[in-house]
Design a binder for this molecule. Structure first.
Ligand code: ADP
Ligand code: MG
Length: 686
């Protein structure tokens, strides 16, 4: 049971003042379910604004406070584009205040024509017009904005504003209790870290590095500890030893010989499966390294041994793709493979459930639906988990531990993290590495192009699809607000749509799942030729005919992320091209980073270099990529702090593996706080 002291901050966000049904969706999108999530919604950065008398005094890109008088409201013609309010300063200079989506209703109310307002926001340019997109504040009187000169900037979702989030944060912080210290006292003192509660407060007030570090360390410690608990528990458990006779694997007719790395990994897995203690192994391999075949061979071992196997995918689309690939590859073996997702209903679902129960289905592929309580297996003995997401591998591991016997587990990841981090992050698991790509893979022709040549790039895309192939177009996460990122993607989509018409689809995080799937499927089926996307979406689809990847503002991405994106092309036998569009003002590091992308396709090398080049917080996509096991710690903090957190956890486990002492009790609270309490539950032998 959760320690009582945590109850106030485990209350639903809806208990906070001002949170009605309307905010449910945006809060959910940001992952803010509980009060503690809001308290942990740390500022992306802090803005410092300058008050200016008129627009001439301000420069583009600057955060300003200015008095403007609206002169005209312009709705977009088709209702889908932005809503603009033209406003003038004291000298008569014009600036547009631009709103997307539902925010336009606010604009109508807040900005009556002819009445002066004080506006705070970032001055930008759109074509030849100055604009402020979604002003941070609109006030009738200047003094309403005093005290807002240094302000935290929070990540938003459509329907939320900065002041609203700030108010929720204030309310949440007021509920945060003091908690006992779980960090080794010597460590906390040595680093000069504030106590947990103080650290949370400080992190919202200004750029307090020590506070942020402490909070990140907490998360890393929680994760390390939880994985150790899983490992310790695993040692006590029994699985079914699975020894295959090769009869099914012999029937496979693979069109290629396995690589050395694949053969080695399969042998390692086979060895584990024969043991009575359940396997806990990570298969780490770059995009395209051939993890699927390894998974299939391993699942066939289980089936040969008379058991069932399951493959868990993070999304429905990926589940379907895996299902189709595996079904085709396994056809000569006669093995029965089924697909089960949350969308299957009625008769179809019933018949799959029957098959799993009576054992006529050997292998099931699906989303977490395959581990619902209503899904019963005759003899599930092996689980493959593909691409674990935010909660990290631990929680996924837990999904499968329900039966009397614990299934063997293989987790697969394409995130090439540096060796030092592998050890610290997955130290509790055995690791197989696919460090060799299948032969004959063509290098992806990678070019860096100035964004000024955008129209030539669009010409290139047109020629590309005229030759029957498809293309991805990735828009970056530019700003702290998802709304604005999506606005940017929508703008790009609109301008490309004028040219590509029905051939183009748009996918971003705010579409309803059905809309998203429909767009994805149009692209996957080849009906649509160009897929415009923000990076928040899962671009994990495999479309071999898509051989061109355009990435806008490439300098803003981390190398690892660029590499992941680039890996979406180059999947077929045809030559693939990746165009990295860069802005004009490129830093030295930015230049170096893009040059590396041209130079190498080795994900592990890029991961190492990424780490070396990272710094200054200029990179995006560390936390937003949806692939991170950590919500608070960023990559730099992970690198710097994880080894110590790992040692700290180890020491605690050695001294007090049952977490019953004073620090042990505190550590239990920590595990609940980071929702890694599955670790605690294991202590009860549950
Ligand atoms: P991953 O999941 O690791 O990104 P996949 O399993 O999807 O990679 O494999 C990528 C592509 O490489 C697939 O088309 C697959 O059939 C092919 N492939 C896998 N192993 C080999 C191999 N040993 N030789 C040639 N092609 C291979
Ligand atoms: Mg894969």
């Amino acid at each position: 049971m959760r320690p009582e002291i945590l109850n106030p901050i485990f209350a639903e966000v809806s208990t906070l003042e001002g949170v009605g049904p309307k905010l449910a969706k945006p809060l959910d999108r940001l992952g803010l379910a509980k009060v503690k999530d809001v308290a942990y919604h740390l500022p992306e950065r802090f803005v410092e604004r300058r008050a200016v008398a008129d627009l001439d005094e301000a420069s583009e890109g600057e955060q300003i406070v200015i008095a403007l008088t609206p002169t005209e409201h312009r709705a977009s013609r088709n209702g889908r584009g932005p809503y603009r309010v033209l406003a003038q300063d004291a000298k008569g200079n014009i600036c547009a205040l631009t709103y997307f989506g539902r925010a336009s209703y606010t604009a109508k109310k807040l900005l009556p024509v002819g009445e002066q307002r004080w506006i705070a926001g970032r001055l930008d340019r759109y074509g030849d017009m100055l604009q402020i997109v979604h002003p941070d504040h609109v006030a009738e009187k200047a003094d309403a904005l005093s005290g807002k000169q240094v302000e935290p900037v929070y990540r938003l979702a459509e329907g939320l504003t900065q002041p609203r989030v700030a108010s929720l944060v204030e309310q949440s912080l007021a509920l945060v209790p003091e908690l006992p210290e779980w960090i080794e006292p010597g460590k906390a003192d040595g680093e000069g870290w504030p106590a947990w509660r103080d650290a949370l407060h400080l992190a919202h007030r200004g750029p307090h590095e020590k506070a942020r570090d402490r909070l990140a360390y907490d998360e890393l410690l929680a994760n390390a500890l939880a994985l150790m608990l899983v490992r310790a528990d695993n040692r006590k458990r029994k699985g079914a030893p699975l020894k295959g006779d090769g009869s099914l694997r012999d029937k496979l007719q693979l069109p290629f010989p396995l690589t050395g790395a694949q053969t080695r990994s399969i042998a390692e897995i086979e060895g584990d499966l024969q043991q009575e203690s359940p396997m806990l192994r990570l298969l780490q391999g770059d995009v395209g390294s051939g993890k699927t075949v390894v998974a299939l061979e391993a699942m066939l071992v289980a089936v040969e041994a008379g058991a069932q196997a399951a493959l868990l995918a993070p999304t429905e689309i990926l589940a379907r793709q895996h299902f189709e690939t595996l079904r085709d590859m396994a056809r000569p073996t006669g093995v029965e493979i089924a697909l089960l997702t949350g969308r299957d209903k009625g008769k179809a679902r019933e018949s799959i459930l029957m098959g799993l129960l009576d054992g006529s289905i050997d292998i099931v592929v699906g989303t977490h639906a395959i581990f619902q309580d209503s899904v019963l297996y005759k003899n599930l003995a092996f689980v493959v988990i593909d691409e674990q997401h935010r909660f990290g591998v631990g929680q996924r591991l837990m999904l499968a531990r329900k039966g009397k016997r614990t299934p063997h587990t293989l987790a697969m990841t394409a995130t090439p993290i540096p060796r030092t981090l592998t050890l610290a992050q997955y130290g509790e698991m055995d690791v197989s590495r696919l460090d060799e790509l299948p032969p004959g893979r063509q290098a992806i022709d990678t070019r860096v192009i100035s964004a000024e040549r955008l129209s030539e790039v669009a010409d290139g895309v047109a020629r590309h699809i005229a030759s029957g192939r498809q293309a991805y177009w990735v828009c970056p996460m530019v700003r702290e607000s998802e709304t604005e990122d999506i606005a940017a993607a929508e703008q790009r989509y609109a301008s490309l749509k004028a040219r590509f018409d029905d051939d183009i689809v748009l996918v971003h995080g705010q579409l309803r799942p059905e809309e998203k799937d429909a767009a994805m499927e149009r692209f996957a089926s080849g009906e649509a030729k160009v897929l415009v996307a923000t990076t928040v979406i899962e671009v994990g689809v495999d479309v071999p005919n898509a051989t061109l990847m355009v990435i806008e503002q490439a300098e803003r991405f981390g190398l690892a992320q660029l590499h992941q994106l680039r890996g979406r092309v180059g999947r077929g036998s045809e030559k693939s091209v990746c165009l990295l569009l860069r802005g004009e003002a490129l830093s030295e590091t930015g230049r170096e980073r893009l040059a590396l992308m041209r130079e190498t396709q080795d994900g592990f090398r890029l991961a190492e270099e990424d780490l070396r080049l990272r710094g200054g917080g200029e990179l995006l996509g560390t936390r937003q990529s949806g692939e991170e096991a950590f919500r608070i710690a960023d990559l730099e903090q992970i690198t710097r702090l994880l080894p110590a957190a790992h040692d700290d956890a180890r020491l605690l486990m050695e001294r007090d593996g049952g977490l019953t002492g004073k620090r042990g009790e505190a550590a239990r609270i920590l595990l609940y706080l980071f929702e890694r309490d599955w670790g605690v539950q294991l202590l009860r032998g549950g």
